[in-house]
Design a protein around this ligand. Structure first.
Ligand code: SAM
Length: 261
């Protein structure tokens, strides 16, 4: 048991070491987005399990359809899926637009996404390993950007930096659809809200996802609604719609303002 524990710690140390190397040695202050925080999406098991796990409470087809309709994407247009995960949206979008740039920091998630695209015989998806802070969009600015359940992996300072980078990848007048876990409850009552979130998740989805909710709150970086709204503004996006589904989930539809960033 003890040897197992030491081995686990060793593996974690090596993993962090290689992640740090991968992120580049200089400057030493750069946030390492390749290193997972909270749920470990770099794990092959987590990636393989992802669709089944999320499929318990999400309808990926319906989500994709709604996002495409909201963005008004057509077959001449391009879209970046930032934090594409196992590729559900990217594969759906590829059938409706000219090109999809599917970007994720996790090799394991990208492997599943590539497999999905191959199975669907789609050849208009470009996969890139990278993220909000490291992906370089070398093509023309995209018509739209989508990012679902990803931004909370960055602390606030890096969220704004990442959003400003996204704004530069998006054409003026282009759209951003961003869905994330964002806190909009009264902060003085955080304990009861968070307890209720965990409890209702356990009832609706099951204990494994309730445990993920706890990890999310403890180790990931969800922020306040008013912080998010200020960030879009400062990143060069105007919010068109903010759909607060409850105290924790929000979908924003934004337009890239004309000003240069
Ligand atoms: C909860 S999953 C969401 C995946 C997919 N967008 C979806 O809606 O199913 C979070 C994903 O974000 C990726 N990720 C984490 N930090 C990231 C970053 N800084 N930039 C891009 N992707 C990131 C993870 O590897 C993981 O695939």
């Amino acid at each position: 048991m003890c040897i197992m524990r030491v081995r686990e710690m060793d593996i974690e140390l090596y993993r962090n070491y290689f992640n740090t190397l991968e992120a580049g040695r200089e400057p030493g202050w750069q946030y390492n987005e390749l290193k997972p925080c909270g749920v470990n999406y770099n794990s092959a098991l987590c990636a393989l399990w992802y669709d089944m796990h999320h499929g318990r409470f999400r309808d990926f087809q319906k989500e994709g359809k709604e996002i495409i309709a909201l963005l008004g994407l057509d077959t001449d247009q391009t879209v970046i899926d930032m934090g594409c995960g196992t590729g559900a949206f990217a594969v759906h979008a590829a059938r409706h637009c000219r090109k999809v740039y599917a970007v994720d920091v996790s090799r394991a998630m990208l492997r599943c996404a590539r497999r999905k695209a191959k199975k669907a015989k789609l050849n208009n998806i470009e996969f890139h390993r990278g993220g909000f802070l490291t992906y370089e969009h070398e093509a023309k600015p995209a018509d739209a950007i989508v990012s679902t359940a990803v931004l909370h992996h960055l602390p606030d300072f890096w969220k704004l930096t990442g959003l400003r980078r996204l704004a530069r990848m998006c054409k003026a007048g282009g759209k951003l659809y961003l869905f994330d876990v964002v806190f909009s409850f009264n902060v003085d009552e955080y304990k009861s809200h968070l307890d209720e979130w965990v409890k209702s998740t356990a009832e609706r989805i099951g204990p494994a996802f309730a445990a993920e909710v706890k990890t999310h709150v403890r180790e990931e970086y969800s922020t306040f609604d008013w912080v998010m709204e200020g960030m879009f503004e400062r990143a060069g996006f105007a919010i068109e719609k903010a759909n607060y589904q409850n105290d924790f989930m929000v979908a924003y539809l934004c337009t890239r303002k004309g000003e240069s960033i």
